[in-house]
Design a protein around this ligand. Structure first.
Ligand code: SF4
Ligand code: SF4
Length: 156
């Protein structure tokens, strides 16, 4: 399957050598592993501020490709979609999935072998069972007050 994220012509192993703030926009985009987990709706416990992911996916998430159906113009449809940048990663990393490449690098950790930048294959994130492929429910099928019934237990 063709990689929906452009990863050609980038500096070799830039994710190991270049600080996040010095990445080019294309390198920044190529860091995404395509897991789709950040497009799951989350619930925050008002008392503990703990974040829980649910299986309920954003209306634009394609459950097969795990990509946004309107990535370039997504804000027109989902104004609340957060655009991750080198500037805001510090505020956002704590609620990103623990396998997210942006979070891993921000925390000084290495990418996993299944990351398409390392494997050279966009399917490996799905084969490793790290993506949301095939197990989300669309948000238009679940009322917001029922999201709690779809909370995912454990780490994502
Ligand atoms: S969780 Fe991180 S790596 Fe996965 S799709 Fe979202 S931004 Fe990309
Ligand atoms: S608008 Fe697109 S990128 Fe943003 S959360 Fe929804 S599916 Fe994900």
């Amino acid at each position: 399957m063709k990689d929906p994220i452009a990863r050609e012509g980038l500096r070799p192993k830039f994710w190991e050598r270049v600080p996040l703030k010095n990445l080019t926009p294309r390198e920044w985009e190529a860091l995404c592993d395509g897991c789709g987990k950040c497009c799951l709706n989350k619930l925050e416990d008002p008392d503990t501020a703990e974040i829980a992911f649910t299986r309920v996916a954003c209306r634009l998430l394609d459950d097969e490709t795990c990509h946004c159906a309107q990535y370039e113009i997504r804000k027109q449809f989902v104004p609340e979609c957060v655009v991750l940048t080198p500037k805001n990663i510090g505020d956002i990393a704590y609620w990103m999935p623990s396998t997210c490449a942006y979070r891993l690098l921000y925390e000084g950790k290495a990418l996993y072998d299944w990351h398409p930048l390392i494997s050279g294959d966009p399917e490996t994130v799905h084969e490793a069972g790290v993506s949301v492929r095939g197990w989300t429910v669309p948000e238009f099928e679940v009322d917001e007050d029922e999201w709690e019934d779809h909370i995912i237990e454990g780490d994502l």
